[in-house]
Ligand binder design. Structure first.
Ligand code: EPZ
Length: 431
């Protein structure tokens, strides 16, 4: 299995360009199922999750022309051959669930095995199903002999409705918005997710002829239309990748210019790094993170749905706080099991204790290199960041998690001066 080896070389310096957003492009690709015309996406990141979504679209019958070198994907879902997703693809990526809304809207049918994705806790889909049934769909959950569950929805036609989301779920908001785009009448989503990826999806759907207002606010209104046409769209930059590089600069006490990013998408991360004493300047092309003065103070973070502090930056920020003298706390409110990186960071001699959704960090300890395992996408990134400052070599395994969501992570960090390589361990290496 490939691994990432990290050495504590020096403070990161230079400039790095952010790729297109994984969490925007996946629903955008799913949205192409809503029309039989050609859609073109630019600024697409070259990621494993994008490959999985393209395979899923092809499985449904779409023609997909991916040009990774040009960061461009063309999709024409001229005919939908099947409406039940392929098990292995869905098991590989939870985000496959967002194909359900478009399939239901386009064909009146959608079937999907309960998704796998990363193992950050129980990932229910009750809010997705609540939205579909509010729009008039019939929902069935059938358990097969192996205990796997196939969830299916069917509706001769979808009728606009009011839907309240008990939690501002990103995926549920995306699924309901896409299903409602072709429903008869008006749909209102109360307490929707307000992430920038929701706004990007609404912009793309409106380019396709939908009538969606209020994306990015606490109330989204969708006037259903009879059909949608093809459209072109550029994917927004990946705010989580941008935040990860902000923290790479901070943890190594470096000075890095992060380009092709939108500072207003990472306001809580900027605010929290400034609270710690990191200098951050908005530059004409992005954000400059100058952590060279290195007399930082501890702080506390609490993850919340957007515009609160992003849960997808929690592991990376925790790694940084482990190097900041003083006591910090991290409270994770979005997922019930997103602290698996604590055990791995403590193998590197961080001093972090956890109690339910709260972690206490005694910062300032000297981190030391160790063999650690990426338990999910952002935890993997956090371990690489910790390796950048740990004494000795850190070996990160299970890096397929990282490949799902970061384009050329090793190359971009090496370009900033990091001592980092990707290796394929030989037959003699310990597993
Ligand atoms: C999206 O996942 C992102 N993934 C996640 O990013 C991100 O962490 C998450 O939103 C929160 O911001 C993509 O966009 C592809 P949710 P999603 O539905 O849609 C509960 C990354 O690292 N919930 O907002 O799956 C759920 O259990 C990934 O890039 C229900 O209870 O997240 C969780 O506790 C990780 N019922 C919370 O809501 C539902 O029907 C947030 O889930 C749906 C969700």
């Amino acid at each position: 299995m490939p691994r990432i080896l990290v050495n504590n070389r020096n403070a990161l310096r230079g400039r790095v360009e952010v790729s297109g957003s994984k969490n925007a492009v996946l629903p955008l690709l799913a949205a192409t199922l809503l029309t039989d015309e050609t859609c073109v996406l630019d600024g697409v990141p070259n990621l494993k999750d994008v490959d999985v979504m393209c395979s899923l679209l092809r499985f449904f019958g779409a023609e997909v022309k991916a040009e990774p070198a040009a960061s461009r994907i063309e999709v024409r879902a001229g005919t939908i051959r099947t409406t039940v997703a392929e098990w292995d693809l869905v098991k590989a990526m939870r985000a496959s669930i967002v194909a359900m809304g478009p399939l239901l809207a386009r064909t009146g049918q959608a079937g999907i095995p309960l998704p796998g994705g990363c193992a950050i806790g129980e990932r229910p889909i009750d809010l997705h199903l609540k939205g579909f049934s509010a729009l008039g769909a019939e929902i069935h959950c059938d358990k097969d002999e192996s205990g796997d569950v196939l969830v299916s929805a069917s509706a001769s036609r979808l009728i606009g409705a009011e839907v309240y989301l008990d939690f501002a779920s990103v995926g549920a908001t995306e699924n309901i918005m896409m299903a409602a785009a072709l429903a008869e009448g008006t749909t209102v989503i109360e307490n929707p997710a307000q992430e920038p990826e929701i706004v990007d999806l609404a912009n793309f759907l409106n380019r396709m002829g939908a009538h969606i207002r209020g994306a990015g606010t606490d109330n989204i209104r969708i006037e259903g239309v009879s059909r949608l046409h093809g459209a072109e769209h550029s994917v927004i930059p990946d705010r989580i990748e941008a935040a990860t590089f902000m923290l790479a600069a901070a943890i190594t006490r470096g000075d890095v210019l992060i380009e092709n990013m939108l500072p207003n998408h990472v306001v809580p991360v900027i605010a929290k790094l400034k609270e710690c004493g990191v200098r951050i300047e908005e530059d004409y092309s992005g954000l400059r993170v100058d952590a060279s003065k290195n007399d930082f103070r501890a702080t506390n973070i609490k993850t919340l749905p957007y515009p609160g502090f992003p849960t997808d930056v929690q592991p990376q920020f925790m790694a940084f706080l482990a190097t900041v003298p003083g006591r910090s706390t991290v409270i994770e409110t979005v997922f019930e099991n997103r602290f698996m990186h604590i055990r791995e960071l403590n193998l590197m001699h961080a001093e972090i204790t956890e109690d339910g959704r709260r972690a206490a960090i005694k910062g300032g300890a000297k981190l030391t290199g160790a063999h650690v395992r990426a338990t999910d996408l952002r935890a993997g990134a956090a371990l690489v960041l910790a390796g950048l400052v740990a004494e000795g070599t850190t070996v990160v395994s299970d890096i397929f998690h990282i490949d799902r969501g970061y384009e050329d992570f090793v190359g971009k960090l090496a370009g900033l001066g990091a001592g980092i390589v990707r290796t394929e361990p030989g037959p003699g290496d310990e597993k």
